[in-house]
Design a protein around this ligand. Structure first.
Ligand code: OXD
Length: 306
């Protein structure tokens, strides 16, 4: 069996070494133009030339949760596309979201500022019941985030494309349920996949439906947010702030107003980093499933877009 590795911005050597250790007897190598045909590919944002040269692949494993970069390419229909499901990312997302939520709710940024002037001043804690958290996307990642948020006794709303039932979450779905979901939420968290339907979904019209003083946490994809509309709502005061890990252009250009906005926290797309050991263990198990003709968890539905 041959596996080819083609992952932009990823240091290949440690991956190749650990893949060889996890899959003894398998020929694992770094892809370069003209490489021999492989059975499986491990990819992150590969170029079109990669799939043009490797139309025989049985499966391509995306070493991330979002497959938007893959779905922009022309890939043989016989190549099964598989994303990582969880592989240590869900708990990171939950950490990120809870950190941003609690930092906002408990006003820790203000205490940090106070410390600069040696100010000892306690701030009132708003009613938790007045801080309903709305999570967009109720897949593996969204449900893990919802569980973590509920642990801190915040009311939790969830929204998904099709109807879902999740313990402890007030679930909304579809276009019809979207306005009700927004109106019922004060903190909005996006964990949605990037699809044509979610592009620009968070804009002036939708974000203004959040309760006044709303807060946005985006750990999904930057293209879901119309950044000018977000800035407008922050400046008008309808939104109290935002914690953003993803942007329409990455890296976020140094002159971009989001960098210096006093109500915005910027992080460089680190909410959930790919963990090599967990990912390799998961990919090895998925390859065994493909070889055994079993259904593979995390298989991408190209039509649906995730
Ligand atoms: C991912 C990401 O999709 O890191 O995994 O953005």
């Amino acid at each position: 069996m041959r596996i080819t590795f083609c992952c932009a911005q990823t240091q290949a050597e440690p991956w190749l070494m650990d893949l060889r250790a996890a899959l003894p007897g398998v020929d694992v190598s770094l892809w370069q133009p003209g490489a021999p045909p492989a059975d499986y590919a491990i990819v992150w944002a590969p170029p079109q030339a990669f799939f043009d040269e490797q139309p025989q692949l049985k499966a391509a494993f995306n070493i991330g949760a979002g497959v938007d970069a893959l779905l922009r390419l022309n890939i043989a229909p016989t190549t099964q596309l598989v994303r990582l499901d969880d592989a240590g990312m869900a708990v990171q997302m939950a950490e990120y979201v809870c950190h941003a939520l609690i930092r906002h709710y408990r006003q820790f940024a203000d205490y940090e500022t106070q410390q600069h002037s040696s100010t000892w001043s306690q701030r009132a804690i708003p009613l938790r019941s007045q801080m309903p958290v709305g999570i967009m996307g109720l897949g593996v990642l969204g449900q893990r985030v919802a569980r973590a948020v509920a642990q801190f006794d915040f009311p939790v709303n969830g929204w998904s494309r099709s109807a879902k039932q999740v313990d402890g979450v007030r679930c909304f779905h579809g276009e019809q349920g979207f306005s009700d979901f927004l109106a019922a939420s004060k903190v909005l968290v996006s964990v949605l996949p990037s699809t044509p339907q979610t592009r620009d979904l968070l804009n002036r019209r939708t974000l203004s439906q959040l309760k006044k003083g709303g807060y946005l946490i985006n750990v999904a994809r930057g293209v879901q947010v119309v950044e000018d509309d977000l800035l407008l709502l922050l400046n008008e005061g309808h939104l109290a702030g935002a914690a953003l890990d993803v942007f329409r252009t990455e890296p976020l250009p140094s002159a971009h107003p989001l960098w210096s906005h006093p109500k915005v926290t910027v992080t460089p797309h680190i909410a959930a980093l790919t963990l090599r050991q967990e990912s390799i263990a998961q990919i090895a198990a998925k390859i065994a499933d493909v070889e055994a003709g079993k259904a593979v968890a995390g298989t991408v539905d190209r039509q649906r877009g995730y």
